[in-house]
Design a protein around this ligand. Structure first.
Ligand code: CA
Ligand code: CA
Ligand code: CA
Length: 368
């Protein structure tokens, strides 16, 4: 059947070619090669981990979530994206990461309101929750193999489905508002709003000061409403079965261009209420981080990085999730971010129920 279909399509193509005058055919081919209708790119991230002790945590994984020490294909990603017609773009992102099946990771449409006097974009679909500066930073450009502990624990670090509006009323200032399902994302269940309740996100991203020497960026977000994603720490560890959040996330970046140095830091505070489990003992959640990137002057493309991140996801419980990580490492750009190596060593300190889980991690990234 397929063979006949292919034959039939081939015949149609041949006939179409044959009946189009040569000059027109050339025009068609040329315009096709210029179109931005479909672009395909992707990423392969190959990782080596060595954890201090193979017992690891209760989920039997390294602090970076890898199943064990050794080699792993941390990320295999393919993206299809393009510009359809005036003002409409689309983005489809498929992943085949460690421990997971092939999955849809992003799928959204971006509509730019071209007539609007204020630059405005609307995003519809499944994408990153926009609250955190660290989280919206492109994964391919991370200094360390993973984002700061405080962000990974408290800020939404998965996809969600909904609608987002981005408005730029003045230069260097963007206001973002999202209405999301608040279900996070899972490959086991369908992506829809099971509880009928929503998550709301409001963000201001600004660059208050930009000069030839210094640039300063700050992103402040507030998230409220219902979050029932099963991997969220309040649900996964403290059995809240869904929470009403009040998350404040303020992150900032200072670039000292002459010194090849970038500082980043953030503070997160949440006051979650369990909505489906009255016995869940949730307190306040707090976290913060600082990190620095230094471009080594004598060795081009080599950057040294350091980070400290502290978190307490529940101040009513003393457990191993009260942790602080000190990380040192570096990255080397072989060909920009196209081909790059990252490595770090993390001193993982659980302030209660200490675990021997310090980690060395090195990874090779290839973008295509
Ligand atoms: Ca919901
Ligand atoms: Ca605690
Ligand atoms: Ca430890």
């Amino acid at each position: 059947m397929l063979r006949y279909l292919a034959l039939f399509l081939g015949l149609l193509l041949f006939m179409a070619q044959a009946f189009v005058p040569k000059a027109v055919a050339e025009t068609l081919v040329k315009s096709r090669s210029n179109t931005k209708l479909l672009q395909v790119d992707g990423r392969i991230l190959f990782r080596f981990s060595q954890s201090q002790n193979e017992m690891l945590d209760k989920y039997h994984q390294t602090i970076y979530g890898d199943p064990n020490s050794g080699f792993v294909l941390r990320k295999v990603r393919v993206k299809f994206h393009g510009q359809l017609n005036d003002g409409i773009k689309y983005f489809i992102h498929i992943r085949a990461d460690r421990k997971s099946a092939v999955e849809l990771w992003d799928a959204y449409i971006t509509y730019t309101l071209k007539q609007s006097p204020i630059p405005t974009e609307i995003e519809l679909g499944m994408y990153k929750n926009p609250i955190s500066m660290s989280y919206v930073k492109k994964g391919v450009k991370l200094w360390f193999p993973e984002r700061p502990l405080a962000v990974n624990t408290l800020a939404p670090v998965w996809r969600d489905t909904g609608i987002t509006v981005k408005v730029k009323p003045i230069k260097n200032v963007t206001f973002i508002a999202s209405l999301l399902n608040g279900e996070g994302w899972t490959n086991k269940e369908k992506i829809y709003n099971k509880d009928g309740k929503y998550l709301y996100v409001f963000v201001v991203d600004a660059k208050p000061y930009v000069s030839d020497a210094i640039s300063w960026r700050i992103r402040a977000g507030y998230e409220c409403g219902h979050d029932t994603y099963s991997n969220l720490i309040y649900n996964k560890v403290y059995s809240a079965g869904g929470v009403k959040r009040s998350l404040i996330d303020v992150e900032t970046q200072v670039v000292l261009k002459q010194y090849g140095t970038v500082f980043e830091g953030g503070y997160l505070y949440d006051s979650p209420d369990a909505v489906n489990n009255a016995t869940a003992n949730l307190g306040k959640a707090k976290g913060w981080y600082i990190q620095a990137d230094y471009a080594v002057p004598v060795i081009k493309n080599l950057h040294l990085v350091a980070r400290y991140s502290w978190v307490d996801p529940n101040d009513k419980a003393d457990d191993e999730y009260d942790a602080d990580y000190t990380s040192i490492g570096g990255y080397y750009l072989i060909n920009g971010w196209q081909a790059a190596i990252r490595a770090d060593y993390v001193f993982a300190n659980e302030r209660h129920n200490s675990i021997d889980n310090n980690l060395f991690c090195a990874e090779f990234q290839l973008l295509f």
